[in-house]
Ligand binder design. Sequence first.
Ligand SMILES: CC(C)(COP(=O)(O)OP(=O)(O)OC[C@H]1O[C@@H](n2cnc3c(N)ncnc32)[C@H](O)[C@@H]1OP(=O)(O)O)[C@@H](O)C(=O)NCCC(=O)NCCS
Length: 185
Amino acid sequence: MTIRPTPLADSIVMRLLEESDARPLSEAYLLNREYLQPWEPRRADAFFTVEGQRSRVQDQLRLLESGQTVPWVLDEGGRVVGTLTLSNVALGPFRSANIGYWVDHGYAGRGLATQAVRHACRLADEVADLHRLEAGTLVRNRGSQRVLTKAGFTLIGAAANYLHIDGAWQDHLIFQRILNQRPPG
Ligand SMILES: CC(C)(COP(=O)(O)OP(=O)(O)OC[C@H]1O[C@@H](n2cnc3c(N)ncnc32)[C@H](O)[C@@H]1OP(=O)(O)O)[C@@H](O)C(=O)NCCC(=O)NCCS
């Protein structure tokens, strides 16, 4: 699968994760630790270290190689200002994946997440040959719901006790975007 870097806005580029991203990722997660905490699984202290990120990056690159995950970073001059990941890529008659993302708190409200989600949809359709993407948001995550709606997703349901976020099983709203009507290849 060939996925080239694409400019999003100003000097920010959306590109595939690389081995060398461990340090900038650990810096970005440290900087955004409190900001992301209500929206993410509880993270052990090791998660925020370069070593912790190195092992995560290696796992994700293995999953990219096997076609199960597509991990992107939003890069501004070598600094990571967000990530977007397609995970649980399923083929056969499902041809679906989950989409997850975050944007550095200093870059919020500039349309970056919306542009990144739209780009990921294009790639999922045209390059990964998927039929559908799915996203779950906390019920109170109005910002993320707005991003999904702007990027063409529709609400398909509510799932009680869906994901373990910030230390508790929490209810989520589930969104999907149908990318095309091609039959599975
Ligand atoms: C959600 C998140 C990714 C949005 O990133 P972003 O780059 O600021 O998003 P965009 O600028 O593309 O769009 C945000 C939209 O949400 C709106 N919004 C933001 N906070 C909102 C709120 N509390 N209530 C209603 N709308 C809100 C903005 O006004 C904007 O909509 P608009 O263009 O119509 O004005 C970012 O806030 C984030 O990383 N949050 C923490 C992690 C997270 O929630 N990840 C998603 C998990 S499902």
